[in-house]
Design a protein around this ligand. Structure first.
Ligand code: GLC
Length: 483
């Protein structure tokens, strides 16, 4: 566990360079945009990628890295680029038998041909699940914001939604509403023991189903179809079951943990379900006591028989707020937890991807001795500036939805987000908008970090937009809002 840093060390001051940093960031962002068949479609992952390895894929358009890009473009009114992006992704939705419906992790145009990576070209040959789950979310947000309902109800979009739903809404050996995935199937795309039902994937599934249902509702207004009605009923049921499942098995507070610690084990039968996953009290790590404090709460990283993953994952928790999976009081419990653990989660470069990192034998066993995921580095407890806007957006959206709730807490949260913004503004230009940062405080530029990483740049621009330009625009992120 890292030592505690005094609050003074973390405090940052506003900078008079705000305007010039913004101009530079905007210029850099423009350079990340690339064309396919002559039309702008999205951003490469990083502006600078090593020439020595021509196979390096940071020059490709990654779906996940383009999430903040697309939102930023929407807010700038450049909706046609978003539509182009969505259309190219749809074109690349897999049609081969074993992966039908899957969206690619990334794509690029080479010699006039569109080349997509479904995992066959990446390190470790991993297929991402998150790319497919993000597509309907982006599609719905585009339709909602631009009011382009003809795109939303078009045959190609509706067909894409159905193909994607086929991958989720089908019988499996497990009778649970979660999606089972292998290790490395989302933003964390190197071994980190995140197989099974990792939080980020399950929360994204929730957002995905919500948006698929919004898109289907739209089509239903135009045409009667029994198939659509059935799909809508099933999707709503699934959403309900998934949410209950995650809130029951993943949400922890000091109170719930005390119940967990005293549960019976080795329970058989249908009527005994105090401890369905047969979790032994010894697996509850002691660091949770201070971490949760009195009134904090969060969603744990994963639930597997006998082996819950208690690590804290920033993205899954922030998305659970944005997508409305957590109730408003739960969101505030999460904010309290973030404030209480600010020295760990934000430190010098907001914000840490997961906590705590795996060390020694655990690191060696679970990552396959991966030097990139060394303790406090990269996915294993590293700091990613691109993650800050998700939490910032969650705080601002919460305030917009619940204007009079816990003013003191929300005031503290907003002050924290503001300071984190300054902290990025003061450091990122000097550190060439690096991809990630290492060490317990996140002070060092990631040992293998790319520079001029797109989601670092655009994440900063997006947070700036929500804090300074038009705070009411945070409602773009509201999945509950109808057209
Ligand atoms: C790395 C990251 C992944 C990201 C990609 C492109 O592989 O682990 O999350 O999408 O780089 O930036």
């Amino acid at each position: 566990m890292a030592r505690q840093f005094s609050q003074e060390q973390l405090r940052v001051r506003p900078s008079s360079r705000e305007e010039s940093v913004l101009c530079t960031a905007q210029e850099l962002f423009e350079r990340t945009l690339i064309r396919v068949r002559g039309q702008l479609v999205g951003s490469v992952a990083a502006l600078e990628h090593p020439r020595r390895s021509s196979a390096a894929n940071y020059g490709e358009v990654f779906l996940r890295d383009n999430v903040p890009v697309m939102l930023y473009l929407l807010l700038q009114g450049r909706t046609e680029i978003v539509r182009n992006f969505l259309t190219v992704c749809l074109e690349l939705q897999s049609s081969s038998y074993q992966t039908r419906g899957v969206f690619p992790t990334s794509f690029v145009e080479e010699d006039g041909h569109l080349l997509a990576d479904y995992g066959q070209r990446s390190i470790g040959r991993i297929t991402s699940v998150d790319a497919s789950l993000w597509w309907p979310v982006l599609c719905w947000l585009y339709v909602k914001y631009s009011r382009d309902t003809s795109f939303g109800t078009s045959q190609k979009v509706q067909r894409g939604v159905q193909l994607l739903l086929d991958l989720v809404l089908h019988p499996t050996f497990e009778g649970t509403p979660v999606l089972f995935v292998p290790d490395c199937s989302f933003m964390i795309d190197r071994p980190m023991d995140v197989w099974g039902a990792p939080l980020e994937v399950e929360v994204l599934l929730f957002g995905c189903l919500r948006c698929c249902s919004q898109l289907m509702e739209l089509a239903k207004q135009q045409q009667q179809s029994r198939l659509l009605d059935q799909r809508l009923v099933l999707t709503h049921q699934w959403l309900h079951d998934l949410r209950s499942y995650l809130l029951k098995h993943y949400w922890v507070t000091s109170k719930t943990l005390q119940v967990l610690r005293r549960r019976p084990t080795e329970q058989y039968g249908e009527h005994q379900h105090e401890n369905e996953f047969n979790v032994q009290p010894q697996v509850i790590p002691p660091w949770l006591q201070d971490w949760l404090d009195n009134r904090g709460g969060y969603l744990i990283g994963n639930m597997r028989t006998g082996r819950p993953d208690f690590r804290f994952y920033s993205l899954g928790n922030s998305l659970a707020c944005l997508f409305g999976l957590l109730t408003a009081p739960q969101q505030r419990a999460l904010f309290r937890l973030v404030l209480h653990n600010r020295d760990h989660l934000m430190a010098q470069m907001p914000m840490r991807i997961c906590h705590p990192p795996m060390d020694q034998a655990e690191w060696s066993n679970k990552t396959g001795s991966d030097p990139k995921n060394w303790p406090w580095s990269y996915h294993n407890g590293g700091h990613w500036p691109s993650l800050l806007w998700y939490l910032g957006g969650a705080v601002l959206l919460h305030e917009q939805r619940n204007p009079s709730a816990d003013l003191l807490l929300m005031g503290q949260m907003k002050a924290m987000v503001e300071e984190c913004y300054w902290s990025q503004l003061n450091q990122l230009p000097r550190q060439q908008w690096a991809e990630y940062f290492d060490g317990p405080t996140g002070t060092w530029v990631g040992q293998q970090a790319r520079t001029y990483q797109t989601w670092t740049i655009v994440g900063f621009l997006l947070l700036h937009h929500f804090l300074r330009v038009k705070p009411e625009d945070v409602s773009l992120l509201d999945l509950e809002e109808k057209l």
